[in-house]
Design a protein around this ligand. Structure first.
Ligand SMILES: [Zn+2]
Length: 378
């Protein structure tokens, strides 16, 4: 892996990252395909057309349904879902703690019941790395605990200390798996995850501790889980500067276009979020003048595309009025067109962000973009 910073504009950075599955440019948005499918009937061929650089799938979901061993039989996720660009797999930690039932945390890992069929499963750092190795993703995420943002200090301290010990075990196991004969991607990368709720000194000391472990990239987890936007930006202000600048910085699960613009300004260059596909499935579409709800009656006779000048497959051919009709008639095409537009909007915004950083005018770009989005949604 080669990560090379191409431009810096205040704290914002733009880089290229070379991987065994091709080179990507940051800042970038990873398009979320939790169960190896982008919700809204979007295929991996569609992803190429809308400018997606990295696809993201989930360890927990693929392990409990269909199974990573079966996917390994297909030659890994890339072959299975027909995608030849980078894939990042989330470790399953967040889902074990948010979805699974009856979980019990021990030093070794977490015992829990599958949310699909109640089956008993055990997942620790080694199991998570083994599953991600079977999936053969480009980037594997460390197995961590995401403590509730508002948990007590003592709980967060103990949880973060365990997450650090788990990270060391992830690294040892990843090195072992990458050296095995039948491993699909022997150059699988490992990103560590910073935790610490919204407590500054825990975030900082954890960032320093994991920075010493020479990982391929560093994520900030446990945000956008109920804290305010100001609290999230504050945690980025105090934490990002303690993570290695010469490695990718990934803010997990964030966020709205404005959240992304603010986080880029604080040095983050990898993002993922379910908002564009989830909102699209409900007829909510992003534009440079704010979000529209296509179910609204005022779009009934609207012959304009979702956004004038947008080059996505929905806007190139269809009107707001037609897409509204599809949504009202519960036709899957309505959902699909909205999701395609929203993902295209996010990917295009990332491309504009990269250009603005490289032209040293990021602050101006960000302020204009936020102003027009806020004014339009009034
Ligand atoms: Zn469009």
């Amino acid at each position: 892996m080669k990560y090379e910073i191409k431009a810096v504009d205040n704290r914002a950075k733009s880089a290229t990252m070379e991987t065994v599955h091709g080179t990507v440019e940051t800042p970038l948005f990873m398009n979320v395909g939790t169960v190896a499918a982008i919700k809204g009937a979007v295929s991996t061929d569609d992803l190429k057309e809308i400018g997606c650089q990295v696809e993201l799938s989930n360890t927990y979901h693929l392990h409990v349904r269909t199974g990573d061993k079966l996917i390994k039989e297909f030659g890994g996720l890339h072959e299975f879902m027909h995608w030849d660009r980078p894939i990042l797999t989330d470790s399953g930690g967040f889902q074990v703690f948010s979805l699974a039932k009856l979980r019990k945390i021990k030093e070794e890992g977490v015992a829990f019941n599958s949310h699909i069929d109640g089956r008993k499963i055990f997942m620790g750092p080694e199991e998570s790395m083994q599953i991600q190795s079977n999936l053969g993703s480009t980037i594997a995420m460390a197995f961590d605990e995401c403590p509730p943002a508002l948990a007590e200090r003592k709980y967060i301290e103990e949880s973060v200390a365990r997450t650090t010990r788990w990270l060391q075990r992830c690294k040892v196991e990843m090195d072992r798996l990458n050296s095995l004969e039948d491993t699909i991607n022997k150059e699988q990368l490992l990103f560590g995850i910073n935790q610490g709720g919204i407590i500054d000194d825990i975030r900082i000391s954890h960032a320093k501790a994991i920075s010493e472990m020479n990982l391929d990239g560093y994520a900030i987890g446990g945000l956008a889980v109920g804290e305010s936007h100001e609290e999230m930006y504050h945690i980025l202000d105090v934490t990002v500067e303690h993570l290695p600048k010469d490695k990718p910085t990934y803010l997990m699960g964030v966020g709205t276009p404005i959240n992304i613009l603010e986080a880029v300004d604080r040095g983050v260059d990898f993002f993922d979020c379910v908002y564009p596909s989830r909102n699209g499935r409900h007829g909510h579409v992003y534009t440079n003048c704010g979000k529209l709800n296509l179910f609204n009656k005022k779009y009934e006779l609207d012959k304009r595309p979702i956004e004038e000048g947008c080059n996505c497959p929905a806007c190139r051919s269809y009107s707001r009025g037609y897409i509204r009709h599809l949504l009202k008639a519960n036709e899957m095409l309505g959902m699909r067109l909205c999701v395609l537009h929203n993902l295209y909007f996010y990917n295009t915004m990332m491309s504009e962000i990269r250009t603005a950083i490289r032209e040293n005018r990021y602050t101006e770009y960000k302020n204009n973009k936020i102003r027009t989005m806020l004014e339009g949604s009034k």
